[in-house]
Write a protein that binds this ligand. Structure first.
Ligand code: ADP
Length: 203
């Protein structure tokens, strides 16, 4: 049992329709493609442009997006270090259910702490692919897609990543894309990486 499990009477039910059978039917493997980076770095944009391309090629895909998850599954959580940790833990487990279903999951969460991302890596093992959307704070702040940097600078948002809370860059990202410009090029790089990593028979 892990520290989060409250009952020892829960047994994992083995389906007869296995992950391998689903993947064979889909024509590709499932996998968890974890986009990380500052707010405004381009995680959502990239996850969706890549998903569109994959979908058009017949891939089974799903994007898990920060804001959507926080409206429901994680609505009870804030942005303290403890809550961010729990947020990422829940998402990691949920994403793995999708992966078990043979789906290519793309997640768009700032996930600023290395330890939390490593935790998901532990949950997902070889299915985990860390994709770092590298973009300077200056560019992100200049974009200010949601107007949040302005509010954070005005002191209206506590624990805002990059301003009043740290962002820990990945040390061993599977793929790093420079997202300050050239969206098409970044989309192509991530798309190619995902196609390569989800070929049936790929490790
Ligand atoms: P995040 O999800 O990381 O908070 P968003 O995807 O919401 O960031 O916003 C990123 C913004 O940057 C969008 O307006 C997008 O069009 C723009 N952008 C410019 N170049 C790129 C790129 N190479 N990759 C992703 N987004 C880019």
């Amino acid at each position: 049992m892990t520290e989060h499990e409250k009952s020892s009477n829960v047994v994992w039910h083995n389906a007869t329709v296995t992950r391998a059978r689903r993947e064979s039917q889909n024509g590709h493997r499932g996998g968890l493609f974890w986009f990380t980076g500052l707010s405004g770095a381009g995680k959502s944009t990239l996850a969706h442009t890549v998903e569109e391309k994959l979908h058009q090629q017949g891939f089974r895909t799903f994007v898990l997006d920060g804001d959507n998850v926080r409206h429901g599954l994680c609505a009870d959580l804030g942005f303290s270090e403890e809550d961010r940790k729990e947020n990422i833990r829940r998402i990691g487990h949920m994403a793995m259910l999708y992966v078990e279903a043979g789906i290519v999951v793309l997640t768009a969460f700032i996930s600023p702490f290395r330890a939390d991302r490593d935790n998901v890596r532990k949950i997902a093992g070889a299915d985990f692919h860390e994709i770092y959307c590298r973009c300077s704070l200056e560019v992100c702040e200049d974009r200010d897609v949601k107007g949040l940097y302005k509010r954070a600078r005005a002191g209206e948002i506590p624990d805002f990543t990059g301003i009043s809370s740290p962002y820990e860059e990945p040390e061993f990202a599977n793929l790093t894309v420079d997202t300050e410009s050239h969206l098409d090029e970044c989309t192509g790089l991530v798309y190619d990486y995902i196609v390569r990593s989800t070929e049936n028979g790929a490790a």
